[in-house]
Design a protein around this ligand. Structure first.
Ligand SMILES: *Cc1c(COP(=O)(O)O)cnc(C)c1O
Length: 388
């Protein structure tokens, strides 16, 4: 006989699954009853307007993914073949792929230890060096990792000094703050993602934001196949099919209404893990920088194998044995085979975080029993110094 307790123990716990609220279906239903099953429509307009309100941006364009938003941003800036684009190294590959779409060259910048995000000093040194050799990058892409803002002010100041546009990749940081404002709204443009694993989701989708209306008008134009104003189909530029579906925008509208609850739930996950595991020797949780509030999109920690008695992989595999999904911290992009040719400024901090870092299940729908299951496995691993 299979007991309820056993079923509970077998229930898979995922890293960051979607978590619907109560209104999403109503907006989707509206799209159906009005037959707005298209990449334009009232849900898209409303989602953009409501998103602007939420993050405090003047303009927003809803697109099919965060990656598409980044691609548009680079295109709008006019990145050309062989141009350099500086980019955080500790991030998901989607941050840098659009640089390659533009046939430009990524140059990766290491993280600092307090925010795990781009090190402003390193960026400053790198730009000074490029300035001396007379070839500055065309743009800087700054990532706000795992729900925590980078230290934006000094980075913006350095970029302004050399007149280089800053693009913020805030895919993982919706709901976070930097000195009271939303990361993603400081640079020339910012992007967000509504992929299935993000803090809110449309199953797939993204948003491009900016304070500049002409830029965002051009973004809309490029994202809808660059159609010239003519009754027939006429095109003078190459465009993309990047707009978000009106059906999916309906999901986004419902999700936006529960964003602050989702942030609270993820911060609760972090607190619970931290209270239970924070005193185990060798475990260090990702710090929260003093300049803002992190969403704890994912709870991340590092494992010192000497002090803890076993390494990150042993913990990850023990969790997997118990049907619990966890993941190593992002493999830095300068270590990725696809970017083997790319230059990297520094890199040791990101490499260290990758070697030792683990992301724990962090979904906003986790129950306290779920959290206890995760905690129990890690405590058992510690006491047994390995897998049971
Ligand atoms: C998810 C993610 C993206 C890409 O967003 P998609 O909507 O999946 O294209 C970009 N950058 C970072 C840091 C991400 O985590």
């Amino acid at each position: 006989m299979v007991t309820i307790a056993l079923v509970q123990r077998m229930k898979p716990i995922l890293l960051s699954p979607p978590h619907m609220g109560s209104e999403e279906l109503r907006f989707v239903h509206e799209a159906f009853t009005t037959n707005w099953i298209a990449p334009v429509g009232p849900n898209v307009d409303a989602f953009e307007a409501e998103f602007c309100q939420t993050v405090g941006s003047a303009h927003a364009v809803a697109v099919s993914s965060g990656t598409a938003a980044l691609h548009l941003a680079l295109r709008l800036i006019g990145v050309a073949p062989e141009d350099e684009v500086f980019c955080s190294t500790l991030t998901f590959v989607a941050t840098a792929n659009p640089i390659t779409y533009m046939v430009a060259k990524p140059v990766f910048i290491d993280s600092d230890r307090t925010s795990w995000n781009m090190d402003p000093e390193l960026l400053s040194t790198a730009l000074k060096q490029r300035d001396r050799s007379g070839k500055l990058p065309k743009a800087v892409i700054l990532v706000h990792l795992y729900g925590q803002s980078a230290d934006i002010d000094p980075i913006l100041e350095i970029c302004d000094r050399y007149d280089i546009p800053l693009i913020e990749d805030a895919a993982e940081a919706l709901g976070a703050t930097y000195k009271g404002r939303t990361p993603g709204t400081f640079g020339r443009m910012g992007i967000y993602s509504f992929n299935g694993n993000k803090i809110i989701t449309t199953s797939g989708g993204g948003m491009l934001v900016s304070a500049e209306p002409t830029l965002m008008e051009k973004a809309r134009f490029l994202a809808t196949q660059a159609r010239d104003p003519a009754p027939h189909y006429q095109h003078s530029e190459v465009g993309y099919n990047y707009r978000l579906s009106n059906v999916l925008a309906g999901i986004g509208r419902g999700q936006l209404q529960v964003l602050s609850e989702r942030v609270a739930a993820r911060r609760h996950n972090f607190e619970t893990y931290y209270q239970a595991l924070g005193t185990l020797p060798g475990l260090k949780f990702m710090p929260e920088a003093a300049f803002g509030k992190a969403t704890r999109w994912l709870t991340c920690l590092t494992v010192d194998p000497e002090q803890f008695g076993c390494d990150r992989e042993q913990i990850r595999l023990a969790l997997a044995d118990h049907h619990i999904e966890s993941r190593p911290v992002w493999k830095p992009l300068h270590l990725q085979p696809v970017f083997a040719e790319a230059e990297c400024m520094g890199g040791a901090v990101a490499e260290h975080l990758f070697q030792r870092g683990l992301c724990l299940p962090s979904g906003s729908s986790l129950t306290d029993e779920d959290l206890q299951r995760v905690i129990q496995v890690i405590q058992d691993v510690y006491h047994q110094k390995g897998r049971s």
